[in-house]
Design a protein around this ligand. Sequence first.
Ligand code: NDP
Length: 472
Amino acid sequence: MPKREIINPFNQAIIAKLDDATEEEARAAVLAARAAFDAGEWPQWTGPRRAALLRRVAELLVRNKSDLARWETVDTGKTIVESEIDIDDVVSVFRYYAGLAEQDHTRTVDVGPNVVSKVVYEPVGVCVLITPWNYPLLQASWKIAPALAAGNTMVVKPSEVTPMTTIKLVELIEEAGVPAGVVNLVLGAGPEVGPVLTSAPEVDLVSFTGGLSTGQSIMRAAADTVKKIALELGGKNPNIVFADAPFEAAVDHALTGVFLHAGQVCSAGTRLIVHADLHDEFVAELVRRAETIQLGNGLAPDSRSGPLVSAEHRAKVERHVAQAIVEGATLLTGGRRPDDPNLAAGFFYLPTIFDNCRRDMSIVQEETFGPILTVETFTEEDEAVALGNDTDYGLAGAVWTADRERGRRVAGRLRHGTVWINDFGPYVPQAEWGGFKRSGIGRELGPSGLAEYQEAKHVYENTDPQPENWFA
Ligand code: NDP
């Protein structure tokens, strides 16, 4: 089989040549994970011992930070500063789950005399962890760290487009001392090796982050053997700005919220829903600033945004933009590739803003995953909430207002898994992340992110057994 070429989306330089796994190799990875779970030492490790391993991984990540950040940048195109922030976050995630692994989560239930009733939390078993190309290392850590903390074995399948830092992470986990067979890496194209993993009867859980239609196909593949599934499927996230919003902060965050990482962020604030009184001033300022965003090589210190991840992905963004124009959206800026010849070899696309958008337009409803902002207006609070909820997705949203009561009221009414008030984008390992509606099933991060990888078992012990004589 020819080697797969991994390219830098900034200039299409080949950064690595890798072998895809064959179907037999993918199958062997599942069987290795099964054997390590059923017969290996790993599930017998105590929580504190697993925690120590996670902390060693965190230390190795810190030690290898600059190397990892560089790989993440040349693989995804994102700026080196963003890659460094990602690595810091990954370290925090491993440390957070080390902390949870150290704790005994056993719950004792008071049933009365002569009974000891305990709920214990055990690993689910063999987990298949499938990650996307936009935050390769970060998304891998959100799955691998809690799966290890809970005592599972696993098969990890990164995106074929951006596998480099996941390969490195698995090496570091091995260096930290994880037993053989616990963490197995499978490279290759999702449509080819994916179904081998997601339909394998030896697999107990599939955790996936990526696009909606892939998530739906994974649900179908997992159904036959009733696997547990966890899905994070992106969003179409509203950013609601009232007329009394703190102008400078709201403009700044609206810009970053949608154009960071060229919009390839599941929680990107792609739908600006702005009060009619503020619309003109706010949108004019956004356009002005969008036109000054410095696109470039992620490794160059003055670049503020890199290219899109691939030619295929840019083609999708271009199709969405063309459709928006057909449907009557007003193009204010962008809508094309940049003219700069220095960017011609990369998959760049200009930050793009559409005004006069309506909720029935496909650019407002479908996830583009590119640097595209749509603008809708409202006059009443109820209208803003209705617009903010008028999406099949439900991952994240924000509300900007000087009225704290109103901010909390609107946050309470938005049907999204994360809502920011007067902010956009922050997340912390301690707090759950995930989606309502078609944004997914389950939660990552926080205690729920560990619970995804655990089975609760009730152990009921009768300390004074007596006959019941029900049928006597
Ligand atoms: P996919 O959903 O296809 O990719 C996500 C992961 O799933 C990758 O590892 C991919 O592998 C794998 N995969 C693909 N097909 C299968 C399958 N049949 N069984 C198992 N695994 C599979 O995302 P795309 O790259 O196609 O992007 C499509 C859209 O998804 C984007 O435009 C964006 O809208 C959305 N998206 C959302 C993300 C999020 O964070 N929620 C992240 C990325 C994309 P491989 O890459 O090797 O094919």
